[in-house]
Design a protein around this ligand. Structure first.
Ligand SMILES: NC(=O)C1=CN([C@@H]2O[C@H](COP(=O)(O)OP(=O)(O)OC[C@H]3O[C@@H](n4cnc5c(N)ncnc54)[C@H](OP(=O)(O)O)[C@@H]3O)[C@@H](O)[C@H]2O)[C@@H](O)CC1
Ligand SMILES: [K+]
Length: 503
């Protein structure tokens, strides 16, 4: 799915109206109808629920007017509140004229704000994608009043005061919605940690926006759904053998962190690699052989950390990082790997920290390598803290462009920047994954997909990120959030990948 800018969203509105030969009022009726149906079917409003609909002066307010009309006609006790404004949109004015006479209109004023009691549902239709400046005055006072209440707030399209694709100034008033109902497509703002407390639970309501117009819109930011990935993973042919799926090498582990090597190895095996060799320091040899008998193990001459790079000739892809430690000799291994590798690399964890500590090593990164930092590792990699989440995304795209690599930024919606500047957000996963070892599992999974000759670098990264989160989602009913371990994710990699395979 494309993550359109606010300006593009408005253009899409117009394109839909033209393509479908409808009026903007028709489209508004559809949008508001979807909100009303959601309130009735999902929020399960009952006839006693007090519903306060707060409308601003533009089309977001127009949506609110239609929701109020529809709920009133259906017999629900709606109170309608309007924010005074010098100008109103044409559609707002039109919808106001359509209000039934029995529906009282209340003007919001400093001494006349909606009274919120236990169980009140507020429909926030103050401002949508037309927000042009931070909220102030009465609008800000209303938002703060509602934020201080216990109301269940349902934001229409986007929480009022929140920019769809930029950071609003610190301390500006933004509605803290319980639910945000966005039309057809999500907004970039929903995916960023800095906005989590405003956006709440977000849902997409289809309203028949023109598919062709969406397809024609130039947009380099995507929210990747399972539907878009289905078929990107080739089916295993009947006459395949272990050579078909590549031989992967993993360089991982140090004393006390052999578990990271084990988890990454197991994940790589479960992701369907043909052959797997893991290089660990000697201390890890027995551990790995016992816990991952399907893998071959190459012990380093040193006991506690890696000091030598093995011959790379047999391997189709190389992963480095999980549990590696940052010893000088290990850094020399990383340098030698970067200088000599002719195959795709997956770089994670301490290998990223080593790249951050010695930025000149970054110039050696072979093109199309895949790096998988979490935000702290990414900060070390670029050597500069981000001002906010949007700035961090800029840094991510710049890094991918500068190095010619694919770079991940792990989070609730893990982002992936491609060398061409495109940005992809993953849609799977759950908070149970925020515990030690899940990153190691991702490295192993991605390593298997990069070793596979039939998958492009981009598809490998997207399928890997999706399957990692999906495996955790499949494990969740068996473990609960707190009980979800990295090894549980490993168990469900197979089923998660199966869902994406060619028919
Ligand atoms: N796109 C779609 O597919 C569909 C879109 N639909 C709906 O349309 C919504 C977008 O409507 P919209 O463009 O009229 O903008 P909206 O947010 O209502 O407000 C603009 C007004 O607010 C004003 N204003 C702005 N900032 C302000 C501030 N800080 N403080 C005070 N005033 C401020 C601004 O004034 P101005 O900036 O001109 O001074 C202008 O008067 C969209 O979110 C969705 O709900 C659906 O109906 C159908 C499908
Ligand atoms: K809103």
């Amino acid at each position: 799915m494309k993550l359109l800018s606010a300006a593009q969203t408005r253009a899409l509105d117009q394109a839909t109206i033209q393509a479908q030969h409808i009026t903007s009022a028709d489209l508004m009726e559809r949008a508001a109808g979807a909100v009303t149906n959601w309130l009735l079917d999902e929020l399960l409003l009952d006839y006693d629920t007090e519903i306060q609909v707060c409308c601003g002066p533009g089309n977001n307010g127009g949506d609110g007017l239609v929701v109020a009309r529809q709920l009133h006609r259906a017999g629900y006790p709606v109170q309608l509140w309007l924010l005074p404004a010098a100008r109103h949109s044409t559609d707002f004015t039109h919808q106001k004229q359509q209000l039934p006479t029995g529906l009282a209109v209340r003007q919001i004023a400093p001494d006349n704000l909606p009274t919120i009691t236990a169980g009140t549902v507020v429909v926030d239709a103050l401002f949508g994608t037309g927000l042009s400046r931070p909220l102030e005055g009465l609008a800000a006072a209303l938002v703060r009043h509602l934020n201080d209440s216990d109301a269940t707030v349902v934001a229409v399209d986007i929480p009022s005061g929140l920019y769809a694709d930029a950071t609003q100034p610190a301390d500006s008033a933004v509605m803290r919605a319980t639910y945000t109902l966005s039309f057809e497509l999500p907004k970039l703002a929903f995916l960023l940690p800095q906005n989590a407390s405003f956006v709440g639970d977000w849902r997409l309501l289809p309203i028949g926006l023109d598919a062709q117009a969406i397809q024609n819109m130039a947009c380099a930011i995507h929210f990747v759904t399972a539907d878009e990935l289905r078929g990107r993973l080739p089916k295993r042919p009947k006459f395949s053998h272990k050579g078909t799926f590549g031989h992967a090498l993993l360089l991982a582990g140090s004393k006390g962190k052999i578990g990271a090597a084990v988890l990454a190895t197991q994940a790589c095996l479960r992701a369907g690699v043909g052959l797997m060799t893991t290089r660990v320091p000697a201390v890890g040899y027995d551990i790995l052989q016992i816990s991952a008998p399907e893998a071959m193990c190459l012990a380093d001459p040193a006991t506690d950390f890696l000091t030598e790079l093995p011959d790379l000739t047999p391997y189709a892809a190389v992963g480095i990082g999980p549990g590696l430690g940052q010893h000088d000799d290990t850094r020399a291994v990383l340098r030698q790997l970067l200088e000599t590798a002719q195959v795709p690399l997956i770089i994670d964890a301490d290998a990223l920290n080593l790249l951050g500590a010695q930025p000149e090593l970054q110039q050696l990164l072979p093109p199309d390598s895949l790096l998988t930092p979490h935000p702290k590792e990414f900060e070390r990699l670029v050597g500069e803290p981000a001002r906010d989440d949007y700035h961090r995304l800029d840094q991510l795209r710049n890094f991918a462009g500068r190095t010619g690599c694919y770079c991940v930024l792990k989070g609730a919606y893990t982002a992936l920047a491609a060398p061409d500047g495109a940005l992809y957000f993953n849609s799977t996963g759950n908070p149970g994954m925020a515990s030690g070892g899940s990153g190691d599992v991702l490295t192993g999974l991605l390593l298997a997909l990069r070793a596979h000759q039939g998958i492009s670098p981009l598809a490998a990264a997207l399928v890997g990120l999706h399957a990692h989160g999906r495996a955790a989602d499949l494990a969740l009913p068996h473990t609960g959030h707190a009980g979800l371990l990295a090894s549980d994710i490993v168990r469900f990699i197979g089923p998660a990948l199966e869902e994406l395979m060619d028919e």
